[in-house]
Structure formats: C-alpha cells, structure tokens
Write a protein that binds this ligand. Sequence first.
Ligand SMILES: Nc1ncnc2c1ncn2[C@@H]1O[C@H](COP(=O)(O)OP(=O)(O)OP(=O)(O)O)[C@@H](O)[C@H]1O
Length: 307
Amino acid sequence: MGHVIELNALTKRYGDRTAVDDLTLTVRPGHVTGFLGPNGAGKSTTLRMILGLTTPTSGSATVDGVRFADRPRGLHHAGALLDAGDVHAGRTAAAHLSALARSNGIARARVDAVLREVGLAGAAARRIGGFSLGMRQRLGIAVALLGDPPVLLFDEPFNGLDPEGVRWVRNLFRRLADEGRTVFVSSHLMSEMEHCVDRLVVLGRGRLIAEQSLAEFAARGTRASVTVRTPDPAALTVVLAAEGARVVPADAGALVVTGLTAARIGDLALAHGIGLHELTTRTASLEEAFMELTADSVEYHAGEETR
Ligand SMILES: Nc1ncnc2c1ncn2[C@@H]1O[C@H](COP(=O)(O)OP(=O)(O)OP(=O)(O)O)[C@@H](O)[C@H]1O
C-alpha cells in the first residue's frame, strides 16, 4: 500500500517573505491528517506545491516518490478542494463536473455518483453562481472525489458549512481514510479538527511546529489546573504559593491554581483550617494546547498594530 505524501525540505519564498520554510514531513495513507496553523502559516502554499500548482523555491513534494506534475491524468491520482470560489459561475454543477471528467478521462457516470455523494443531486442543473457558500464547498468536494483518487487534499473544507454539513464532512473524511486513502485536511481551527483527525501537523510561520498523533498532541497540552473557591482567598493564596503553586484570581472570587493537585490543595486547606466551597480539576482543551503551541507564530493578533 502506498500513496505517501512526502515533503522534503520544502521551501517557498515570495520576495523576502518565506511562506513555507524547510518543511520535511510524511503524510500516510489510512489516516485523516489535520494540517493546522494560524492564518498565513503557509498551509495553502504547501497544498499547492503538493499539487504542482506552485513551484517550490527549493526542496520537493512528492506522492509515492513522484512529483504531481509528472503524473498524467491528475484527478485519478489526487483530488483537492482548494478555493471553493474558484469556479465558472455561469455553469451548472453537472456541466462543471462533466467538463472536468472529460478532460481527465473519467467516466460520465462518476458525475452523478459524486453529486449524489455530496448531496447536490437535486441542484445538478442549477448554475453555480446561485450556490450558497456551503453548496460551493460541497461541489468542491465533489470535484476532489470525481477521479476516485487515493490521495485527497482539502483546504479549509469546513468553511461555510452548517452543523449538519460539518458532521457529514467529518464522516466522509473518516470513511475515505478507512478505505485506505491518504486524507490531508487544512484548518486554522482546532475545534473542527479534533473530531475527525487521527494525526496532526502543526505549522507556524511556514515552519513545522509539531507532527504527531492526536493522542500525543492532547497529552502534551494537558497541563491541568484546579479551580478553588474559598471564603478566605487571601489566606489560601499564601498557603498555596508557599508550596510553589501558581495562583491566579478568576471570576467571582475563584482561584485558578496550577502546580498542585486537587487532593494536595484540599489537604493544605484542611491543615490550615481554611474552608473550601469548590475544588474542580480542569484539563486544558485541545484548542488551548493548539493556541499555546502556536502563540509565538501568530502573525495577526486582534487589536494590534502591524509589527
Ligand atoms: N502568490 C503569493 N505572493 C506573495 N505572497 C504570498 C503568495 N501566496 C501566499 N503568500 C504569502 O505566504 C504566506 C503563507 O500564505 P498561505 O496562504 O499559504 O497561508 P495559510 O496558512 O493557508 O493561511 P490562511 O489560513 O490564512 O489561508 C502569507 O504570508 C501570504 O501572504
């Protein structure tokens, strides 16, 4: 079984700006691999280089050891959803897919099959110009599936989808991976990814920050904190700080404590005769782990002047 995507020191520079910086990684079949990073991290540029749409400045991107541009009949080999807005608005959905099927040597029957698959069978004869964003995403996914390819790349596939659509896409990715395909999905939102990926590649300012399983990623981010409520926060803060804990006041008189377990906090409070009204352990969410991991590489912070 093959269809491994390999990036080797892949680099893309635009003038003095490095969009993708020395990226080396492997994306394997049978998994849904999430490709995460803040806006401008270089995800789209990377996907475009894998597809041979953008030429690397240096390094290489191959599928099964062969550059995409060197493969005949592209859509049989790899399917992609890139910019869902990038279609001929005057065409109908069926005409758009039929044209692609013809130019890629794909049987016409596949057009109806993928329209059904993405839930657009009823809209086949409608012009794409009148499609909602969610319908365009579905059409883009239909294009990716058209050649029944072993490799599938999706750039921000959840954009514009309603909750039912999001769920459908997640199940679709899972099924495609279970069929042994290589599924590589970009997103800037961890919340979209944590329900459907089993591996993660995290990018920040063009550089690889993490490449691991979802479980490994979750373990790295779970720094537990304990929320404590007490009628005497000042006294408890002194006691906990003396034990080396970090204590931060939170809403409504609560304290957020890191560095001590809930059990230890409870014992210390008892030993000092301090009452407790709440003692709750919280583990950081994947979203928080992702934010922490990429904090140094976020380029565009809200409410901040350009640096
Ligand atoms: N054709 C281009 N010419 C010049 N700069 C470009 C070009 N394409 C991308 N860039 C720059 O490269 C960097 C990476 O962009 P890219 O679109 O790959 O990021 P991304 O991770 O997909 O971001 P987003 O989540 O916002 O889509 C950005 O700084 C972008 O401005």
